[in-house]
Design a protein around this ligand. Structure first.
Ligand code: MLT
Length: 393
């Protein structure tokens, strides 16, 4: 037998597993230190009350013969797919319920979507990049090319006509840099994909954090339905990082290489995925109700205020950063030209604050660092106080 040797081409640890390992080692050696974690983008506020109620009711349904549910539909229950379609209508984007696939989150779908594409395709990612896009394609043995996001382009990489790519991952608002594409910038990517017969895999996991007039979905761009698949998630929008629910949109008209991509994904999901549980789909539908939207927006506003607290401190310290405004992430230049892992260790040891080293997201992340606004308020204020004290010295 043979194992998948492509795994030998991966970095040894998934980025956030490596950070957890280093953090746990630090805690073992310094058990009395009070560590503040602003590393992985994991939420800290509880689920909205209306969501919890819906989940409880869903669990009750499973306990009664008349309302018991077995296997859910592979693509998700109609009421949830319709609620998602209506949500898109709310910001002027037309996505029909039968273009939506409910899933257990954007991370799995962003990785698994590769099942419907040949291993011969060339994948383009912007760099720095969410490691899942890179790692899952290394596992599949695909060639990866990088489009540089850097300080010169405001960490918003743009297409290059001289670079050939078949599959393009875009994430806006971006993880890790917090930058967000404008309508004109996204249009350039859509035109590039249509012209080159490529497919855009668009990760919109952070769309709910947009505060300015920027696209919330790639389908806000003319021509996107003939080249783009969109992934989204309730993880950051509604605190579902542990609950697990997301969705993927594949337009019915999207075809490549003589195949309908919606049909291929349905076939893949029916074979490898048995859907999201009834209580969780009930909870997810409650997110899109009027009361649900009101309640989750309060939580998002809380994180946005955290982001303001972090970015105001960086303004005070005169440190360059992107994000924070349309994104829960703040991407900063490491002070005194420190390397990103060097700054990680420095912050961990001297301020007992954990962030994410930019280098972990790719070559262009070297010298940069990511902080998340998903911490609780008290910890965010304390972390900022410690960072200011340390860097003002
Ligand atoms: C992150 O910190 O980048 C995210 O939490 C990762 C994820 O969403 O999987």
């Amino acid at each position: 037998m043979k194992t998948n040797k492509n795994y030998n081409n991966l970095v040894p640890n998934y980025l956030f597993a490596e950070i957890a390992k280093r953090t746990n080692n630090f805690l073992k050696e310094n058990p009395d230190k009070s560590l503040i974690k602003l590393g992985i983008g994991d939420v800290t506020l509880p689920l909205a009350p209306v969501v919890v109620e819906a989940m409880k009711k869903g669990a009750d349904d499973l306990g009664k013969k008349e309302t018991f549910k077995g296997y859910p539909d592979y693509e998700g229950y109609e009421f949830l797919r319709q609620a998602i379609s209506d949500y898109y209508k709310g910001f002027g984007v037309d996505v029909s319920a039968d273009e939506v696939f409910v899933s257990d989150g954007a991370k799995s779908d962003c990785g698994n979507i590769g099942d419907i594409f040949s291993a011969d395709n060339t994948v383009l990612v912007t760099d720095p990049v969410y490691p899942v896009y890179v790692d899952s394609n290394i596992m599949a043995g695909r060639k990866i090319v990088y489009a540089a996001s850097n300080q010169e382009n405001g960490f918003a990489a743009m297409p290059d006509e001289n670079v050939k790519a078949d599959i393009i991952y875009l994430c806006s608002p971006n993880n890790p840099t917090g930058s967000a594409y404008t309508y004109d910038q996204l249009k350039e990517w859509v035109d590039y994909a249509n012209k080159n017969d490529a497919v855009i895999l668009y990760d919109a996991a952070y769309e709910a954090f947009i505060t300015e007039d920027l696209p919330r979905s790639i389908y806000a761009i003319e021509g996107a339905k003939s080249c783009a698949i969109e992934f989204c998630s309730l993880s950051k929008t509604a605190g579902f990082t542990g609950t697990r629910c997301g969705y993927t949109i594949i337009p019915k008209e999207l075809e490549r290489d003589g195949e309908n991509l919606h049909a291929l994904w349905y076939r893949r999901q029916a074979t490898k995925f048995n859907g999201v549980s009834w209580p969780v789909q009930c909870a997810a539908a409650a997110v899109f109700s009027e009361e649900g939207q009101k309640q989750i927006k309060e939580n998002i506003a809380y994180y946005q205020e955290n982001a303001k607290i972090i970015s105001s401190a960086l303004d005070e310290l005169g440190i360059y950063y992107t994000g924070g405004k349309n994104s829960p992430y703040i991407w900063l230049k490491c002070p005194n030209n420190m390397g990103s892992w060097e700054f990680f260790d420095f912050l961990l040891n001297e301020a007992n604050v954990v962030g994410t080293p930019g280098e972990g997201f790719g070559q262009n992340g070297e010298g940069y660092f990511r902080l998340t606004s998903f911490g609780d308020r008290e910890n965010t204020i304390e972390a900022v106080r410690r960072i200011k004290e340390l860097l003002k010295k």
